[in-house]
Design a protein around this ligand. Structure first.
Ligand code: TMP
Length: 215
């Protein structure tokens, strides 16, 4: 594919969405045709699926149905948005992608990493990120600046996944770190406990190198 596909991963409160947004702005300022999207979501169908997945009232959702909904959302996003953008030579930034399914459903939910990888291959039909940033920090720190903070300040209620206990989220973190250990060429682990400025500098440096930018 002529474009570049970069993903941002991490537990709740790791700051990945803020960094993805800032990277998008910097690329655009540098005159690069970039696109920022997110998972689950990014197309009308995928945003509908997102609302089912995150609805705290949908506590009956089975683990298998949850997995397949994430994959359905992804299949649509890849065919409608990511694939065409990469074909057109754009730089696609995606806030979460298939590593999230390996970490959340495969490892933390216990459905199995291999199964998730196999089903994912079908969903994305060969569209895989070349560079992934994993924003790593403890669950305690992540929750203190993420979901719990938002709930206690009345900004919004916890979503279905955020309601899972801390043990679940510790497993998610472990699942992500397992991926990073296995795929050192693709996954760059960022210490998300550092200041935002340092995190931004590190991520931007990696993107500039990967894209060969002189900005
Ligand atoms: P967000 O909070 O980054 O918008 O992500 C939505 C939630 O969905 C978050 O709790 C992580 C979860 N998730 C999965 O469990 N599996 C997936 O494949 C993806 C993309 C997200």
């Amino acid at each position: 594919m002529p474009g570049h596909f970069i993903t941002f991963e991490g537990i709740e409160g790791s700051g990945k969405s803020t960094v993805a947004g800032e990277m998008y702005s910097r690329l655009r300022e540098a005159g690069i045709a970039a696109l920022l999207t997110r998972e689950p979501g990014g197309t009308p169908v995928s945003e509908d699926i997102r609302s089912i997945l995150l609805d705290p009232a949908r506590s009956e959702l089975s683990a298998a149905a949850e997995l397949l909904l994430y994959l359905a959302s992804r299949a649509q996003l890849v065919s409608e948005v990511i694939g065409p953008a990469l074909e057109a030579g754009r730089v696609v930034l995606c806030d979460r992608f298939f590593d999230a399914t390996v970490a959340y459903q495969g490892w933390a939910r216990g459905l199995g990493e291999e199964l998730v990888r196999d089903l994912n291959s079908f969903a994305v039909a060969g569209t895989l990120p070349e560079l992934t940033f994993l924003f790593d920090l403890t669950v305690e720190e992540g929750f203190s600046r993420g979901p719990e903070e938002r709930e206690s300040s009345g900004i919004r209620k916890l979503d279905r996944l955020e309601r899972e206990g801390r043990e679940f989220h510790r497993k998610v973190r472990e699942g992500y770190l397992r991926i990073a250990r296995r795929e050192t060429g693709r996954v760059v682990v960022i210490d998300a406990s550092l200041s935002l400025d340092r995190v931004l500098a590190e991520v931007w440096g990696n993107i500039r190198n990967r894209l060969g930018l002189n900005v």
